[in-house]
Design a binder for this molecule. Structure first.
Ligand code: G3P
Length: 224
């Protein structure tokens, strides 16, 4: 399972990339708004930092297919042809996904709350589909179960569309989907930093150092 950062704060992206094995970055208009900067300025900074081979998902704003195509063309012009264009899974969005697929522009069907939206996005040629795990949970359903159901629909129908699960509130949701073998999860920096926020891990590391210091009077192998 690929692991992406769901954020546009360049300082947070740099910090997480430095520490963890990360495959790319996803954004949406609300995430971009939080930066307070011009969208393409922020997105170009992210693209320059992660490199042209890392996955970068950027969302259209238009709500009609013709406008979505224009947004998509501008996104790939500014950020590179490999940039993946996020399109909401509404009827006009499926129309745009079909057209962009024919042009060879990769898309992510987003704003997914139901398996039917994901099935239609896959049929329309989307490379990825983004179910909103935590938002589905908050509606009284099971976001992880919905994501697994979508994966089963793709597998059982020979569809190559990958999962890009989004909207996580905890590491367990991410881990359950990794166990299921979905394609990608995109996770906010604070949830990524909670992955190993376990005092037992740090207590074990501290105990190793203490024992080593008792034996050698040094704290590291390099000091010996
Ligand atoms: O792009 C969708 C995803 O980022 C939503 O996450 O945390 O706002 O539910 P969240």
């Amino acid at each position: 399972m690929k692991l992406l950062i769901d954020d546009a704060n360049i300082a947070a992206i740099r910090r997480i990339y430095d520490l963890y094995p990360i495959d790319g970055v996803t954004t949406n208009p609300s995430i971009l708004a939080k930066t307070g900067k011009q969208p393409f300025d922020v997105l170009k900074e992210i693209r320059d930092f992660i490199g042209k081979d890392a996955d970068l998902h950027v969302q259209v704003l238009a709500t009609d297919a013709a406008g979505m195509l224009k947004d998509a063309e501008r996104i790939v012009k500014e950020l590179g042809e490999d940039t993946i264009v996020k399109i909401p899974c509404i009827p006009e969005g499926f129309k745009a996904m079909k057209a962009l697929s024919q042009k060879g522009i990769r898309t992510t069907g987003t704003a997914i709350y139901t398996p039917m939206q994901a099935y239609l996005a896959g049929k329309a040629g989307a490379s990825f589909t983004a179910p909103y795990i935590n938002r589905i949970d908050n509606m009284g359903y099971d976001g992880v179960a919905v994501c697994k159901e979508i994966q089963d629909i793709f597998d059982n129908n020979g569809m190559e569309t990958q999962m890009l699960a989004a909207s996580f509130k905890n590491s367990q949701q991410v881990l359950e989907l990794a166990e299921y073998g979905i394609g990608c999860a995109t996770v906010s920096p604070d949830v990524i930093e909670s992955f190993v926020a376990n005092p037992a891990i740090y207590a074990a590391v501290d105990a190793f150092i203490k024992d080593f210091e008792t034996l050698t009077g040094k704290s590291t192998m390099a000091e010996l």
